[in-house]
Design a protein around this ligand. Structure first.
Ligand code: BG6
Length: 296
């Protein structure tokens, strides 16, 4: 199938649920379960392929955050900075879906310099499979090592949820439950490790997993919630899934050119990721990260 630069809308005919996907980064922009929108996209997001989409579900691979080893690979890696190729679509009575692929051979942006990806040492093929209906959206990112050398990696599904009624700062409406036994690594330095997690200031936290399966409940406003589960595998063995929780709050929102000044009141990011796996992905082997979002 040929490469398209158009945003794809996929309908589940039997239920009226739908998703929208931008081929740039294979970024899911919208999941409407037939009743309401679940995802947040910034009013100032750039959709012309000049920058990762600020919203939806950007794909983070092969690094989380800025590189630390002198590499100039940009923050969160190259997966969200390149056009992916659309593959199959389907629409059955139970669910609908679409898939995309990105071959590292076709990656032109976001590799940076002074790292093994830039040196031609590594190779990979990424696949994103999306399946949805009225009850759930499943997002599965698979990474196959198509080179001859093992590589280390991190990956996340950087999911932006919309908070109805702009109630992200109301603790009765916007919260994350289910990370009580996780180890907190605070990237801002202001966090008190209390639960449920609520937004009282800038939130930028990594919760490292004591278990393999992630299972959280996210308050999304209007007295409603979303359940999110996630699991990871490397070479067919389950690995722990960490969870990043992010809200830029006042100052950082004002400093982001692709984000409305007040839009921190309309969103929360809850991002499952393979972050603490300290092995490598061996040549020919596959890793995967699967997230399922259930509007409650
Ligand atoms: C989160 C990080 O995952 O993404 C934050 O923990 C970061 O530190 C945020 O600010 C947004 O990143 P970016 O690169 O999309 O602006």
């Amino acid at each position: 199938m040929s490469m398209t630069k158009d945003i794809q809308t996929i309908q589940h005919s039997a239920s009226g649920a739908s998703i929208q996907v931008h081929p740039f980064g294979a970024t899911v922009l919208s999941y409407n379960n037939g009743k309401k929108e679940i995802l947040f996209v910034s009013e100032s997001a750039l959709l012309d392929g000049s920058k990762p989409v600020r919203g939806g579900i950007p794909l983070v691979f092969p690094i989380f955050g800025p590189p630390s080893n002198g590499s100039t690979m940009p923050q969160h890696g190259f997966a969200r900075r390149n056009y992916w190729t659309q593959k199959q679509t389907f629409d059955t009575t139970t669910s609908a879906g679409i898939s995309f692929e990105l071959d590292f051979q076709d990656v032109s942006a976001g590799i940076g310099e002074q790292n093994p990806w830039a040196n031609g040492d590594f190779n990979c093929k990424l696949q994103l499979e999306l399946e949805f209906g009225p009850e759930q959206l499943t997002t599965k990112l698979s990474i196959r090592n198509t080179g001859s050398k093992a590589f280390p990696f991190q990956t996340l599904l950087h999911t932006y949820y919309t908070i109805q009624g702009k109630a992200a700062l109301d603790p009765s409406q916007c919260y994350v439950k289910g990370l009580e036994r996780y180890k907190l690594i605070d990237k801002v330095g202001n966090a008190i490790d209390k639960h449920p997690i609520i937004i009282e200031a800038e939130v930028d936290r990594v919760y490292d997993s004591p278990t393999k399966q992630l299972d959280v409940t996210i308050g999304v406003g209007n007295n409603e919630a979303v359940r999110m589960t996630a699991m990871g595998e490397v070479d067919e063995v389950s690995v722990p899934v960490s969870c990043v929780v992010w809200n830029p709050y006042v100052e950082k929102a004002a400093n982001m050119s692709d984000f409305g000044n007040d839009q921190y009141q309309e969103m929360i990011c809850v991002e499952p990721g393979i972050l603490t796996y300290d092995g490598v992905l061996e040549a020919t082997k596959q890793a995967s990260l699967t997230q399922t979002v259930f509007p409650l």
